[in-house]
Design a binder for this molecule. Structure first.
Ligand code: XMP
Length: 508
């Protein structure tokens, strides 16, 4: 399979670069600047993209060009910091601009293979304070803006191109065409990334990795772990031991639904462990979101270990970790840690198991496509994501049985009303949150001082970015009325309208 490597210099947009490339049917991978050359099959690598990043190349500690990239002998495209790092490497000069250029800017493109089919006068998204003020020898300018004379450069002989702006961001009007030109006109890469090819490769890889060992997989009933179970089951059959641990933070009646569907729909034997008492005891009084995640992650591993010791010969732990979990937990390279997703952040170093994470190169929508290809029905595959730490991160502050009851009941009403309004297929993810805020209300003729429930509903493709979904006001009013009437200890309902970024989807 042809591959494009994206070198991670720490930009928050670098996963978007990977996305854009994969959307063209080309496999892309985000890797650390200090990658191991031997871990790649050189024949597969058809191009390299250097991402943006928050540093200045003039700082001695900032990441510099790793000269190993040239040993692939493939075209290179630098973006933002990537352009500055290239200029610095080849003897140009980079300097801080007096004024930061941030946001949409008019640009004029010159002749270049990179800009074929793109309008000469255009709009791009800029986000930089350093600028290439002197081009390296052999490089020529191929675009400019009012504030930035060298907004793009190229050296055809070396097959190196660079952009000061971000083609991966939608605000760059013809950014996708520029990326497509790099892929197909310059790298001449083949569109051979597809889920079918991927399944074939992965099944082979899993078989080779597992051999005759037993694999323990924690399942939650969510799409990720279910797809993971089906994929591994396809490769190794009953050598897979799916273990469903009830951590006491599930939605209403969820454990029964999960057990039923695995048994009846997929005919896969599931081992069930109710550990809710242990989890809730350990979480008593804990308010920090990161601490909650770490405790849940660690306890999962402890329970897994204990269960595994009762299951003979289990030596591999499988997890449905996705690419977004890896990247957002800061394990994909240089990106900042946003949240330690429990399935990554909570893993102790001395695990005692080998780890199998067959989905860790895929985005959520790719996992859904994989699920469909593996025979899951659409209603299951398009279920909303539910986070590993469950309701623990939908109850702000400390967790109690009473609060769990409140958030469960509110969530059931929310789900029912959204379904009744015919919106359940349209909204990517929606759920109720119990805020830690109490407000004054009036019920009957009495003053109340009770909790506020927040409703969240978002539209998203892969969870990396999201927009609040505009639920019609009359539907919101109905949900609000039912929640304050039917759920004890609640007298106010609010609706969250922030997008991600700057917010996140969950509240913790
Ligand atoms: P955030 O809140 O990070 O959520 O914008 C993005 C997507 O990830 C889910 N999420 C998690 N999933 N473990 C998970 O397995 C976690 O710790 C976790 N935190 C958030 C969230 O529901 C959303 O779909």
């Amino acid at each position: 399979m042809d591959k494009i490597l994206v070198i991670d210099y720490g930009s928050q947009y670098n996963e978007l670069i990977v996305r854009r490339v994969r959307d063209f049917g080309v496999y892309a991978l985000l890797i650390d600047n200090k990658f191991d050359l031997n871990s790649f099959n050189k024949d597969e690598i058809k191009g390299i993209i250097l991402s943006g990043g928050p540093n200045s190349v003039n700082d001695s500690s900032s990441p510099k060009i790793n000269s190993d990239i040239f040993s692939f002998n493939v075209p290179i495209l630098g973006i933002c910091y990537g352009m500055q790092a290239l200029a610095n490497y080849f003897g140009g000069e980079v300097k801080e601009n007096a004024v930061k250029e941030y946001g949409n800017t008019s640009i004029t493109y010159d002749e270049s293979l990179l800009f074929e089919g793109v309008k000469k006068e255009n709009t791009v998204f800029m986000s930089h304070s350093d600028t290439v003020i002197k081009l390296p020898n052999e490089f020529k300018k191929i675009a400019s803006t009012k504030m930035c004379k060298n907004a793009a450069m190229e050296c055809r002989e070396k097959n190196i191109y660079a952009l000061q702006f971000h083609p991966e961001v939608n605000d760059t009007l013809e950014g996708k065409t520029i990326i497509s030109n790099f892929l197909f006109k310059i790298c001449k890469v083949l569109k051979n990334w597809s889920i079918e090819n991927w399944i074939e490769d992965k099944v082979k890889e899993i078989k080779e990795f597992v051999k005759d060992q037993k694999v323990l997989l924690g399942i939650s009933g969510g799409v990720d772990s279910s797809v993971c179970a089906l994929l591994i089951h396809k490769a190794i059959g009953d050598q897979l031991y799916p273990l469903f641990i009830n951590h006491g933070l599930l939605r209403e009646n969820e454990e029964n639904l999960v057990l039923d569907s695995f048994k009846n729909k997929f005919n896969i034997k599931v081992y069930y462990k109710d550990a809710s008492k242990l989890f809730l005891n350990l979480l008593k009084g804990v308010t920090s979101p990161e601490k909650k995640r770490k405790i849940i992650g660690k306890t999962f591993i402890d329970v897994f270990k204990e269960e595994a010791s009762n299951m003979k010969d289990v030596s591999i732990l499988a997890q449905g970790t996705l690419y977004t979990d890896v990247v957002e937990s800061g394990k994909g390279g240089n990106s900042k840690v946003i949240k330690s997703h429990h399935n990554v952040g909570g893993l102790p170093k001395e695990l005692g198991f080998k780890l199998l994470e067959p989905l860790n190169e895929l985005y959520k929508d790719e996992v859904r496509e994989l699920g469909r290809k593996l025979g899951l029905d659409d209603s299951f595959v398009s279920r909303q994501p539910f986070p590993g730490p469950g309701l623990a991160i939908r109850i702000i502050g400390n967790i109690t049985k009473k609060k769990l009851m409140i958030v469960r009941k509110a969530d059931v009403i929310y789900q029912e009303e959204i379904k009744k309004a015919g919106l359940d297929k349209k909204i990517w993810q929606y759920f109720a949150v119990l805020t830690n805020t109490k407000t004054v209300g009036v019920m009957g003729d009495n003053r109340t001082y009770l909790y506020t429930v927040a409703l969240r509903a978002v539209d998203s493709i892969d969870g990396m970015t999201a927009r609040a979904y505009p639920i019609p006001f009359d539907v919101l009013e109905r949900i609000s009325a039912r929640i304050v009437n039917e759920v004890p200890y609640v007298n106010k309902v609010v609706y969250d309208i922030t997008s991600k970024p700057p917010s996140t989807i969950e509240f913790e």
